[in-house]
Ligand binder design. Sequence first.
Ligand SMILES: *[C@@H]1O[C@H](CO)[C@@H](O)[C@H](O)[C@H]1NC(C)=O
Length: 246
Amino acid sequence: MFFKVPALLLVAFGVLSGVLALPIPSETNGQRLARGLPPSPPKFLKRFLATPVSNAKRTTTSPLPPVTLSGRLQVRSKENGSSLGNVRNWPGGGTISGTSAFSPDGDLLVTLTYNPSDPTKIQILSTNPAFPAPFYVGAGTSNTISVPHLAAGDYHSVGFTNVESTAPGSPPSKAPSRDAYVESAIWTINPSTKQLTAQFINEDGSTPPTVFAYDIRNNNLFFTGDIAEYNSHASFLASAVDLYLV
Ligand SMILES: *[C@@H]1O[C@H](CO)[C@@H](O)[C@H](O)[C@H]1NC(C)=O
């Protein structure tokens, strides 16, 4: 007890000197040095030494508005980028599953809307369809014998055709009033180049390679998970091609 009193006094003195060491506003470094204190840190350091929350710059990110684009769908060679024709607009069977290379009047016109901060899972809508509904541009079958499935190392394909609207990220859905499995919200756009790429979703929710392919001999556009496997099983060779909104 006897020895603790001076110790407490020392503590109290320490606290007092701590109080005295607190910076006085608008005090110069000369005055600080005169009081035996180090110079105050430069302003830029004070910013970092201060509590981060109070001094953090508040960035208000207002969401970018959606972007709507219209045009034609142009099929291009992957080798040299040259056009192989625009997606066609036929009244009969086969609707959009090929190009109108020899008939410009037969081009399909489309519109799409995307979110600039996430330009994926986009739907493409036909605006001048010469065929009856459905009017979305997507992946679909012409029967419901089996659910379409794409995979690397698998020769199977699924048609590039006019489909009903399906929810973003949804697996193949049975069309409400047709004998078909369909997916529409499969497109991603590159906002600078306007290239469109597809991502098919399998029944189990997996996201397989989705190669956009063109069998020029049969003028047939489709998707496959593996173009080499497809070609090893096909009578007519197809090429992986690119698709652009123009
Ligand atoms: C571009 O490549 C395609 C095959 O993808 C070919 O048919 C066409 O002749 C080529 N065009 C030029 C200009 O090289």
